[in-house]
Ligand binder design. Structure first.
Ligand SMILES: NC(=O)C1=CN([C@@H]2O[C@H](COP(=O)(O)OP(=O)(O)OC[C@H]3O[C@@H](n4cnc5c(N)ncnc54)[C@H](OP(=O)(O)O)[C@@H]3O)[C@@H](O)[C@H]2O)C=CC1
Ligand SMILES: O=C(O)C1=N[C@H](C(=O)O)C[C@H](O)C1
Length: 262
């Protein structure tokens, strides 16, 4: 049984992940962590009243010897310290939380290497999103003018999404940086052309009713291509999380992208 701690257990993703772990025959939930929660045990929450799982409020309280995998679905402000703690205590992080800066990822990878601990940072655990990013990188070889529209629920803290940023980074690996649109254009309303990543524009939609969706738009002479993925429910991320948890124990570095484990 893989012994798992879920950080962010009361959040939208954390709650979904706790349910997945509890229902997975190969996983054991040995702890949950949220510095803002008041519960001392998960059984203080009605739906989990039959369980006996410690709820930690401070990193220093966590019985690290009992934890093999740290699943993190917290916040952009919290994730770096959480993952650093896990790696330094030889716990393999499976990180869904987005908003880490490139330098923070590099620093965490150095810590993972020093401690010989495997882990994964995945901006998106949904297979439709992983495929979208792969297809987009392929398409950009032939259609290098790209704009990305990501659409999420209106409670999301970061923009653009980690998935959109990762899509742009993957495309940038094979696309030479160039300006898109009229170089003399004026934004009559600041921000009208969206965020700019090496010339690619990224647009973030935040609306109630949405969960997680992304469109990658390509334009070329006389033609266009749109690739789209939709996550209608947070259950769409769970098979990817389960794959990562099952495989991470064999890794000895901090990987970025679920595709590294598929
Ligand atoms: N990779 C993927 O496939 C996916 C990634 N995500 C990402 O996951 C993250 C969480 O999303 P979502 O669940 O919607 O957000 P929520 O705000 O619903 O959940 C985050 C939870 O983490 C808690 N939290 C805050 N700080 C800490 C901390 N230091 N340690 C532990 N828990 C903490 C929050 O508590 P409080 O509210 O009290 O601050 C909250 O309960 C986001 O970064 C999002 O982009 C989301 C979906 C899929
Ligand atoms: O906040 C979310 O909900 C999601 N965040 C991730 C991101 O920022 O890409 C993954 C998915 O889009 C859902």
């Amino acid at each position: 049984m893989v012994k798992i701690l879920v950080a962010g257990f009361k959040g939208r993703m954390g709650h979904t992940t706790v349910e997945m772990v509890l229902n997975h025959p190969g996983f054991e939930l040995v702890g949950v962590y949220d510095p803002h929660s008041i519960e001392k045990n998960l059984n203080e929450i009605n739906e989990f009243s039959e369980l006996d799982v410690p709820a930690y409020h401070q990193l220093s309280d966590i019985a690290t010897g009992k934890v093999e995998v740290w699943i993190d679905f917290t916040s952009p402000k919290a994730v770096f310290e959480n993952v650093k703690f896990a790696l330094e205590h030889h716990i393999s992080p499976v990180v869904g939380t987005t908003g880490l800066k490139d330098e923070q990822v590099a620093q965490l990878q150095r810590i993972a290497k020093k401690n010989q601990v495997g882990g994964l940072i995945a901006p998106n655990f949904g297979i439709s999103a992983v495929l979208l990013m792969q297809f987009a990188k392929q398409a950009a070889k032939y259609l290098p003018d790209v704009e990305i529209i990501e659409m999420h629920h209106d409670k999301k803290l970061d923009a653009p999404s980690g998935t959109a940023l990762n899509t742009a980074k993957m495309i940038a690996e094979i696309r030479s940086e160039h300006y898109q649109g009229n170089p003399d254009e004026t934004e009559v309303l600041p921000g009208a052309r969206g965020a700019n990543f090496q010339g690619m524009r990224i647009h973030s939609v935040r609306l109630p009713g949405y969960v997680a969706h992304e469109q990658v738009l390509f334009g070329g002479p006389g033609e266009a291509l749109t690739i789209r993925q939709d996550s209608f429910d947070r259950s769409s991320f769970m098979s990817g999380v389960a794959v990562a948890v099952s495989k991470i124990g064999k890794q000895h570095e901090l990987l970025v992208g679920l595709e590294n484990l598929l």
